[in-house]
Design a protein around this ligand. Structure first.
Ligand SMILES: Cc1cc2nc3c(=O)[nH]c(=O)nc-3n(C[C@H](O)[C@H](O)[C@H](O)COP(=O)(O)OP(=O)(O)OC[C@H]3O[C@@H](n4cnc5c(N)ncnc54)[C@H](O)[C@@H]3O)c2cc1C
Length: 390
């Protein structure tokens, strides 16, 4: 995937990540018996962040002045696809996808010097983890309808509310929380607030497991939580803008992860079709199986091409709204179809709980929900293409 990218820094980083996974991460997972659906111990995750930092990988996606390698978005896509295709359970932690530098990278410009020192630099160094908390039990796609409030009281804010399905919350040290600071305004003023998750009144809990079986999402409840007003992030009333400013690139950056996962099950299907024998020979000789493999290969190529082209646009600074939505919509739906075909080719093996193909099928299904459902992506695309007719 993405073999057309030849920047020597990227080539070396891809090789270093492969070495780290093969020589350290996979053996560690084996030693600890860690599976995709286990609750990963915090100290294990901290160890991965620390080691990845020591190897100069953890902050690879940040600009050089922040300790990164200055890779552009297209190059970041290559790293993310490699990680997803690696088969390592802890792969998302190598670059800190769930709570590390990629979560904060494009928002650092909004941080005050004190916020940088206390919150964001420790995230970049792999010492702290964060999460982005917008969704609530009664506010999903309609993100402006959130009910969590932050009410000023002298030099402090008093926060009340509940955030729902927040990725990385189970192991985060602090959250970037979207709160209503002026409910009377139209639309209500929404402000981002940095909240330490060990403060009195904060409870991180989960009474659900997503269909991927992973333990990486949780709810965060705030009951009269007091934080300094200095923890307002990006200026009062700017929270929604700040959230939206990262959404297009985030939508794009989910795509290589899906591509990597789908590529892995496609390769497993090729292998299985060549070795599984029925009616006196390998199933790969049946045209029905060949057509499924052909459709999978074509879909993966279309996804890779679309991601590469959208990343090129992102790196040129073009308006990404429509194209990032189209990319996320297309890639999430095609990659899920690839996984569906992989299950079919694997027969009963493919529907057996815990088989990598079955697990990937469940993981890929979820991408059509978060960072905007497929319907929300279609709304964005339709708005953009119909705009000139209004
Ligand atoms: C694994 C996972 C991780 C997540 N991580 C985070 C996170 O880190 N931080 C965070 O803040 N949130 C997170 N979320 C929440 C996620 O962003 C929401 O689930 C998503 O925005 C959809 O909201 P909802 O699930 O409440 O669905 P709803 O908005 O209730 O939608 C239900 C259905 O109605 C459709 N629908 C809704 N509005 C429209 C419309 N206008 N037009 C057409 N159809 C519509 C939807 O497409 C969907 O089919 C995560 C969710 C999951 C599953």
């Amino acid at each position: 995937m993405f073999d057309h990218l030849t920047n020597p820094v990227l080539v070396e980083t891809r090789a270093a990540i492969r070495r780290y996974i093969d020589e350290e991460l996979l053996p560690l997972e084996k030693e600890l018996g860690l599976g995709s659906e286990d609750a990963w111990p915090r100290e294990v995750l901290r160890g991965v962040w620390r080691r990845s930092s020591e190897l100069g990988l953890y902050a690879a996606c940040l600009p050089a002045e922040l300790g990164g390698k200055g890779l552009n978005i297209a190059e970041q896509c290559a790293l993310k696809a490699d990680l997803a295709a690696s088969g390592a359970v802890l792969a998302p932690h190598v670059l800190g996808d769930l709570g590390g530098p990629p979560r904060v990278g494009n928002m650092l410009k909004y941080a005050t010097p004190a916020q940088l020192a206390r919150y964001f630099q420790p995230v970049i160094r792999g010492e702290k983890s964060t999460c982005f908390a917008l969704t609530e039990p009664h506010s999903g796609s309609d993100a402006q309808s959130i009910a969590t409030t932050a009410v000023a009281d002298g030099d402090e804010l008093v926060v009340n509310g509940r955030k729902h399905y927040i990725s990385g919350a189970p192991f985060a040290d602090f959250a970037i929380v979207m709160c209503v600071t002026d409910a009377a305004a139209s639309p209500p003023a929404i402000t981002a607030v940095l909240i330490d998750l060990d403060l009195p009144g904060v409870k991180v809990s989960t009474d659900y497991v997503p269909m991927s079986g992973q333990h990486i999402d949780a709810d965060i409840e705030f009951a009269n939580v007091r934080v300094p007003r200095a923890n307002i992030f990006g200026g009062e009333g700017n929270g929604f803008k700040l959230g939206m400013s990262r959404i297009n690139v985030n939508r794009l950056l989910h795509c290589p992860s899906m591509l990597g996962l789908a590529t892995k099950v496609y390769e497993a299907s090729l292998e299985y079709a060549g070795t599984r024998r029925q009616f006196g020979g390998p199933i790969a000789r049946f045209q029905a199986i060949q057509h499924m493999l052909a459709d999978m290969a074509a879909a993966l190529w279309a996804c890779e091409s679309m991601i590469a082209q959208t990343a090129l646009l992102a790196d040129s600074g073009a308006d990404l709204r429509m194209k990032a939505a189209a990319c996320k919509l297309f890639v999430s739906e095609r990659c899920f179809e690839v996984a569906d075909k992989a299950v079919q080719i694997h027969g009963n093996v493919g529907v057996t709980r815990g088989h990598p193909v079955e697990q990937t099928f469940r993981k890929l299904r979820m991408f059509r929900i978060f960072t905007g459902t497929s319907e929300i992506q279609r709304n964005t695309i339709a708005r953009a293409i119909l705009e000139p007719m209004r």
